[in-house]
Design a protein around this ligand. Sequence first.
Ligand code: GTP
Ligand code: MG
Length: 462
Amino acid sequence: MLGFFKRKNLRDELKENPQQPEKWLKLAEKENDGEAIANAIKYGNGNITLEAVKLAQERNLIEKTLKHLSETEIEIRALFEGLKEKNKENFSRARNFFETAALSKSDAIRFLATLNAAEILKEEKLYDEALKKLQEIEPIVPESEKKNFQKLKKELEEKSGKRKGGFFKTFREGLKKTREALNLSIFKGRKIDEELFEELEEKLILADIGVKTSLQLIEELRKETKKRKLKTSDQLLEILKEKLKNLLSQYAGELNIENQPAVILVLGVNGVGKTTTIGKLAKQLKDRGKSVLLAAADTFRAAAIEQLEVWAERAGVRIIKGSEGADPASVVFDAVQSLKARGENILIVDTAGRLHNKERLMKEIKKIKKVISREMPGEPSEILLVLDANTGQNAISQAKAFKEITDVTGIVLTKLDGTAKGGIVVAIASELKIPIKYVGIGEKIEDLQPFNPEEFVEGLFN
Ligand SMILES: Nc1nc2c(ncn2[C@@H]2O[C@H](COP(=O)(O)OP(=O)(O)OP(=O)(O)O)[C@@H](O)[C@H]2O)c(=O)[nH]1
Ligand SMILES: [Mg+2]
């Protein structure tokens, strides 16, 4: 009873004299009240703001608080809108809100908005950008937040390669999710029996190695077990490793650019990572002393051309572009002339990936190829198909569709870093029999690596 009167008194008191932020905070704590949080922020200073926002997060009061924030408190509202979207994993929306919130005059709001933006960038694996955000707020980190701030900073420095481990992500890191999903370590130190085979088979299928290939591998393992009289599962895992290495090394290949000038045509459906791959590849070839030219033959949308321009700048190479809606083949024609006139080594052609209009795509690709081979006999040296590892078995169907349209000389498998479906590499090799030339293990310019079967397989095992 006493408690009830006390609470009532506090509320009444605040009604009469609202400019008491500490008391609003107390009320919010006691009653999980969004309005009280809003008032604490409204009347309070930096530290109260910090505590109030934390409370709202801990108690799940973000949306309730938002209802009581007035329209004029633009930055505070933006902070809460951002937190709301972040909870729903609408990361790009959340980031926009945090940008608005970061314009606040209050250090506390600026700090919280920028810190949250950095956390999102971390989720999106944009570690360098996340670090930049942290640098912006380093001078205004509140005392109470210093420890957590340093911890996050250290983590980001490690992930971005600015600490230990060097600047390059290893294959092993890129395969982390797949390795964890496969979790082959649970098969260690067991006896070989039917149950083990069945479990292993299931694991392989789940990792997107493909049903056919998984069954085949298990069948071979059964045979080997009999033949070699294997006793322990550890021996069995070693044999699985060997089998995978043998299988993949048949379908690993280097980029064929011996005859220069060489043309590399890059194909693939929307969003698989064509443009990003081209940017990364251009940089690597340039680092190997080649002069590289990019052709923006994805003329379907203006943004695509701009995106390639950004990559050309990053890689420090030239680009030839047409206007939006121009005939892709005419852009390629111009690029070929320019390449020859300047005596450059390698032309890489970016294309639009509209597989849903297969007829049109086929025509477009044929026309581009014709222009290239007419102007430069024997080219293109490479027709690379880009596939997104996240799409799992769907990548196989895409590859089949493209094989019907044109010869594909090699595969680039992107986004291995973000997926547990890395086993798709094995399915691609065994079902498509097209060499895998590169894999993408991140969004940064150095995150494209020649496919190395040995390292890949080692990366799958704990
Ligand atoms: N994590 C990760 N992201 C990648 C990788 N490769 C590309 N991406 C991301 O995938 C998204 C799409 O990449 P784009 O290069 O624009 O794909 P695209 O095939 O050119 O797309 P369209 O031009 O729309 O057909 C971008 O956000 C890239 O940063 C990779 O290896 N790892
Ligand atoms: Mg593109």
